[in-house]
Design a protein around this ligand. Structure first.
Ligand SMILES: Nc1ncnc2c1ncn2[C@@H]1O[C@H](COP(=O)(O)OP(=O)(O)OP(=O)(O)O)[C@@H](O)[C@H]1O
Ligand SMILES: [Mg+2]
Length: 270
């Protein structure tokens, strides 16, 4: 492949659907990137990822969400509470992959995009089927995603969360394994969002301190206290191939929509 100018290599992007932030990063995340969504507890990591999948689904695009932390009942309660209208998309809870072809065929007739919510029980069944080593969760995720991708074009994948995956994946050499996980997900050609727990003192964005180097992008979510008032904040910490504003924005969620507010001071140095 010979490339002589930017025109030969146009990057398509997926917006984060955070008003006021996407335009600070050339419109969104380059397709195919592996992006870390890092934040401490309750910073709306899961919601930010769901919000991307939801908005993409209203345009007819499909995604798959692996939930290792929350059972689907709990997740749905949160989503309804936030006011999302699931009648605008195909939201499909997967607890078992057998028989899924028939359901997908039915869904293909509709214009709405599909969000597959893969419950932990579906992974367990896949592992049993493969008689895989108990730690081979990455392989199970890869197989399930490929299976779905053969049936339907999958654009986005979310892993909620990396920390929970680490618990199940039973690593002997964590750094090597994490490198393998990132490579596996990047090779699938799907834009992936990996949710990562950030320590409360903000000293690391990933558990093994290599995740941010390996990821193509890092979006950090904060809960910041000032004079006993706590506000939500968001920053694009890193985004390969993108000219972006790395300032910290206030994050608000109102009427089912995220918005980033730029209250930043004019920097003292240009
Ligand atoms: N209607 C609402 N409007 C705005 N925020 C809400 C609403 N309902 C719940 N929340 C907030 O959403 C937060 C949870 O969102 P979410 O589950 O996406 O966060 P998380 O970072 O994934 O959490 P966890 O660390 O538990 O995985 C709660 O802390 C709650 O304050
Ligand atoms: Mg969560």
């Amino acid at each position: 492949m010979r490339i002589t100018s930017e025109k030969d290599y146009k990057i398509s992007r997926i917006p984060l659907y955070i008003k006021g932030l996407d335009d600070q990063m050339e419109g969104g995340v380059p397709e195919g990137h592996v992006v870390l969504i890092s934040g401490s507890a309750g910073t709306m990591k899961s919601t930010v990822c769901f919000n991307v999948m939801y908005n993409e689904a209203t345009k007819g695009n499909n995604s798959v969400y692996y939930s290792f932390e929350q059972p689907y009942q709990n997740f749905l309660q949160h989503i309804f509470n936030l006011g999302y209208d699931l009648s605008k998309v195909n939201f499909m809870v997967v607890t078992d992959l057998s028989g899924i072809e028939k359901e997908i065929k039915q869904m293909k007739k509709e214009k709405k995009g599909t969000i597959f919510f893969i419950d932990i029980s579906a992974i367990r069944k896949e592992l049993n089927k493969q008689r895989a080593k108990s730690g081979d969760w990455v392989n199970a995720i890869e197989n399930i995603t490929k299976k779905l991708k053969n049936l339907l074009d999958i654009k986005i994948m979310v892993i909620d969360s990396l920390s929970a995956l680490y618990i199940h994946a039973d690593f002997e050499e964590p750094r090597k394994k994490i490198f393998f996980i990132f490579e596996t997900f990047r090779d699938m050609g799907i834009t992936s969002f990996m949710i990562s727990e950030m320590s409360m003192n903000r000293s690391k964005v990933g558990e093994f301190e290599v995740e941010d180097f390996l990821a193509d992008g890092v979006v950090t979510l904060y809960l910041t206290e000032r004079h006993r008032k706590v506000s939500r904040e968001v920053a694009i910490t890193k985004m390969r191939g993108t000219k972006c504003n790395h300032d910290v924005f206030t994050l608000s969620f109102k009427d089912g929509k995220f918005q980033a507010l730029y209250g930043g001071q004019i920097p003292l140095v240009e």
